[in-house]
Write a protein that binds this ligand. Structure first.
Ligand code: ZN
Length: 138
């Protein structure tokens, strides 16, 4: 068994090492706490802040995600209404930036940490063994 899929781990903001623990403490749209990260994984003990300013690179990932979102929105508006004026474009894009801010913030950090820390399937199989051992001993 290959374990959880990479895309599911990245978009679900799971630990890059075991793909099971959560990177963040609360839900995406808990607006006061959407950026609060766990210090380490509750499953495999991987630290989520390997070095100071680790997530500086995630800003560039977030920038790339926003550019992709802008382009998709621009072409979507062009297809739906080819005669749309600048106010419509600006209104939709500003609304979209505000609504997707928590998602882009979290997914960009998740992509960044998944680029830097490799998945270790042994941890996945070890945790599965320990849970099956625990359940069999009960
Ligand atoms: Zn983990």
């Amino acid at each position: 068994m290959s374990g959880p899929l990479l895309i599911k781990s990245v978009t679900g903001c799971h630990c890059p090492r075991c793909r099971q623990g959560n990177l963040f403490r609360s839900s995406t749209y808990n607006l006061k706490r959407f950026s609060d990260m766990n210090e380490k994984c509750e499953v495999c003990d991987q630290t989520f802040m390997p070095e100071p300013s680790f997530y500086m690179g995630a800003m560039f990932v977030g920038y790339a995600l926003q550019i992709g979102l802008f382009l998709a929105t621009y072409f979507g508006i062009r297809i739906i209404n080819p005669n749309a004026n600048l106010e419509i474009y600006m209104g939709i894009m500003i609304t979209l930036v505000i609504l997707t801010l928590p998602i882009v913030y979290r997914v960009s950090r998740s992509i960044w940490i998944h680029l830097m820390i490799k998945y270790q399937q042994q941890i996945d199989s070890l945790t599965n063994q320990s849970t099956t051992n625990e359940s069999s001993s009960i």
